[in-house]
Design a protein around this ligand. Structure first.
Ligand code: NAD
Length: 337
């Protein structure tokens, strides 16, 4: 592909995806469209500023006029939609921005993509659209959508809109659904970077409820490889699940981080559970493995050590974003707990 347009490229997964694209396909032109919300950080791609094949555009995907002008000008072969409000806790405090960006933004982006004509569109979605599991089983692409949070509902609504565009307009879209990502450049409101940075400063680690909720963890680069495989080899109209084959309770993950950092488990504080907290997610990625030849490659033991080392060597990055709006949000989030 000569040219791709990535939305939300200044966030955690988008920035890792763009860097991977640069390394894999140096001749390809990349347009990064990002509104720069609290979660978007230009610093995440500072190493690409001088790169002639990389272009940043500060545009809101809900802004049809600006988006259309841009897409008409740059004529990308493919669009990948990473842009989203992505934090469940924030969606519980205020679902408005989630409906706006995750649903309306997807609709506007697809309409613009249709108007200009793209060969491929990839909607980056989440396993959370499937809802919650009991103690066994795993989500397949056939599992009915049953989202439980305003975040996952907004993502599910977008997935359904994508599905309808494929069926109604022959829109060349593919949907990917991935489990919980970990790795460098993740905003420190999410469990792993929050707990690493708190533990490094001997601050408490707020575990929801009893910490029994189970998540499947995957290294962000394995997710990015999956999205790349879906973009290049996926079949239009199909959904592909990606998971890391690594289920851990939140408490188990917390213990792993504390132990690797050489800190005391006394740092753990149990806080009131998240309302509607899904008990367990587990994902069956056999379709992606068989049809895309994709497998997770990063062993967890290595990936988590590298991730900790990254946050230890990027304390300035963490400090710079742990200010202003972020602090205000954290105060509101944990008020009274
Ligand atoms: P993130 O919050 O780190 O980044 C989101 C990015 O989108 C930010 O750069 C932000 O500025 C940008 N953005 C938000 N609203 C925008 C708008 N209206 N217009 C343009 N840009 C906007 O999120 P992430 O963790 O990198 O997640 C990326 C995508 O992957 C999301 O769609 C999310 O639902 C999905 N996903 C995430 C995970 C995970 O574990 N983090 C797992 C599965 C799927």
């Amino acid at each position: 592909m000569k040219s791709i347009l990535v939305t939300g490229g200044c966030g955690f997964i988008g920035s890792n995806f763009i860097r991977m694209q640069r390394e894999r396909y140096p001749q390809q032109t990349i347009h990064n469209v990002d509104k720069l919300t609290y979660a978007g950080n230009l610093e995440n791609l500072a190493d690409l500023i001088e790169d002639a094949n990389y272009h940043f555009h500060r545009v809101d995907i809900c802004n049809r006029e600006a988006l259309l002008k841009l897409v008409q000008t740059v004529q990308p072969e493919a669009i990948l939609n990473f842009a989203a409000e992505s934090h469940v806790d924030r969606s519980i405090l205020d679902s408005g921005p989630f409906v706006q960006t995750n649903i309306i933004g997807t609709q506007v982006l697809m309409d613009v993509a249709r108007e200009v004509g793209v060969a491929r569109y990839v909607q980056v979605s989440t396993d959370e659209v499937y809802g919650s599991l009991g103690s066994d089983g795993a989500f397949t692409e056939e599992t009915p959508l049953a989202p439980n949070s305003p975040y996952s509902s907004s993502k599910a609504a977008a997935d359904l809109l994508v599905r309808s565009y494929v069926h109604t307009f022959d829109f060349p879209a593919i949907v990917t659904r991935c489990s919980n990502n970990y790795g460098p450049y993740q905003f420190p409101e999410k469990l792993i970077p929050l707990f690493i940075s708190n533990a490094m400063e001997n601050k408490s680690l707020p575990v929801y409820g009893t910490g029994e909720n189970v998540r499947d963890w995957i290294h962000v680069l394995d997710h990015c490889r999956g999205i790349d495989a879906a973009l290049r080899k996926g079949e239009i109209g199909e959904v592909y699940n990606f998971g890391g084959h690594l289920e851990l309770t939140n408490l188990e993950m917390t213990h792993i981080l504390i132990d690797l950092l050489g800190k005391s488990r006394d740092l753990i504080t149990y806080v009131q559970d998240r309302p509607g907290h899904d008990l367990r997610y587990a994902i069956d990625s056999s379709k992606a493995e068989q049809n895309l030849g994709w497998f997770p490659q990063v062993p967890f033991e290595q990936g988590i050590r590298d991730t900790i080392a990254w946050y230890q060597s990027h304390t300035d990055w963490v400090t710079r974003i742990q200010s202003g709006e972020y602090l205000q949000y954290i105060e509101e989030q944990y008020a009274g707990r």
